[in-house]
Design a binder for this molecule. Structure first.
Ligand SMILES: NC(=O)c1ccc[n+]([C@@H]2O[C@H](COP(=O)([O-])OP(=O)(O)OC[C@H]3O[C@@H](n4cnc5c(N)ncnc54)[C@H](O)[C@@H]3O)[C@@H](O)[C@H]2O)c1
Length: 340
């Protein structure tokens, strides 16, 4: 199945098809130098399958994990591209999850002021959400995604077969972003999470999520307004992630989607819906309650928000399939974190 992200001259296709990775060469121009970025946790056969279709493919493997979204890894990657003689007409292909996509995309956005970028996401999170929309970035210390760009890919190839090797917790972690989109925009998708078989219906889940994100990005490519709804749960989620997340190198760290799942709960105003969402989390295996140091989370969020200009815009969910953007003072953060 093919969707088209309609962004004028930056439009591109999103191909969702089992086995599509092995046919990338039929979908994209690989008759040039292709810099294939992957990470050490992604089964190497995926990048190898892409390389086999390239005229001149180079595989570049970064260590797995959020810490690869750093300026250091980014610089090393650019140096490798330069040394391998990559030019403006060549291409970068990401084969991996959101970490690889964000890092490789940012390298593509900035190398020689921008080269073609093709994203082949291999995690649920990346297939559902992060591979489309053009947000690419690296972290600056604990500040997530602070150095980045809007750089749309030329093509996104979603091959759900690659999810077969994904550890269960990562599979479920990505579903959190789909639950997020269903809450604001697709009641039927939410009901699928309540009663459906998520493994059997994964293609439907990916397709419906991509349709929601696509429609939001098409209306607000650079996040001037509407696109903020995709940040539901992220204000608190990023705070939890900094303190308790794998980025914070916590012993029992939480993944990005798990933090977002927790961050969404206080934003749901209807208590009965909040109960249904917790039930969905328990059904999927997402955390429905997590012990975290609220003071530390609050301190991080206040610091982060001040550093980003002191504005907070919260996405609230008054009921299933509805949303509202609330501009709030910084003091609102305390109420949210402390559950007051
Ligand atoms: N750009 C955006 O719009 C956007 C949106 C949401 C999240 N993100 C970013 O995405 C990142 C999280 O992405 P993620 O959850 O995909 O994590 P990830 O990229 O770290 O991948 C999770 C783990 O799965 C492994 N892996 C990947 N594919 C695999 C496969 N098919 N089989 C086996 N193992 C596999 C990886 O090695 C990694 O260890 C965060 O940095 C977050 O900020 C970006």
């Amino acid at each position: 199945m093919k969707l088209t992200m309609r962004l004028g001259e930056r439009s591109y296709d999103i191909v969702l098809k089992r086995g599509a990775l092995a046919n990338l060469g039929q979908l994209a121009n690989l008759a040039r130098k292709v810099f294939i970025v992957t990470d050490s946790g992604v089964p190497p056969e995926y990048a190898a399958a892409v390389k086999a279709q390239c005229a001149e493919g180079v595989i570049y493997t970064v260590p797995q994990g959020e810490s690869s979204k750093s300026l250091k890894t980014y610089e090393a990657l650019l140096c490798a591209m330069l040394e391998a003689g990559f030019g403006r007409g060549d291409a970068v292909v990401a084969v991996g999850g959101g970490v690889v996509g964000d890092l490789a995309g940012f390298a593509a956005a900035t190398y020689m002021r921008g080269v073609d970028f093709i994203n082949c996401p291999t995690t649920t999170l990346a297939q559902i959400d992060s591979s489309i929309g053009g947000k690419v970035a690296v972290d600056l210390g604990r500040a997530k995604n602070i150095v980045g760009a809007f750089w749309q890919p030329k093509l996104v190839v979603v091959d759900p077969d690659t999810l077969a090797t994904l550890p269960r917790r990562h599979f479920v972690n990505g579903l959190a972003e789909s639950v997020k989109m269903s809450l604001t925009s697709d009641a039927e998708l939410f009901e699928l999470f309540e009663t459906g078989d998520v493994d059997a219906e994964i293609e439907t889940i990916i397709r419906r999520s991509l349709l929601i994100k696509k429609s939001v990005v098409e209306r607000d490519e650079t996040e001037q307004g509407l696109r903020a709804i995709l940040n539901l749960g992220h204000t608190l989620g990023h705070g939890i992630e900094a303190v308790k997340g794998v980025t914070g190198r916590h012993k029992n760290g939480l993944y990005h989607g798990e933090c977002v799942a927790l961050g969404m709960l206080p934003m749901i105003e209807d208590k009965r819906l909040q109960k249904r969402v917790r039930a969905v989390y328990r059904r999927l295996g997402l955390p429905a309650r997590a012990a975290y140091d609220k003071q530390k989370v609050l301190a991080y969020m206040l610091h982060d928000k001040k550093a980003r200009g002191g504005q907070i815009t919260l996405v609230k969910v008054p009921g299933l399939g509805c949303w509202r953007l609330d501009k709030a003072p910084l003091a609102e953060l305390e109420r949210i974190v402390m559950g007051k």
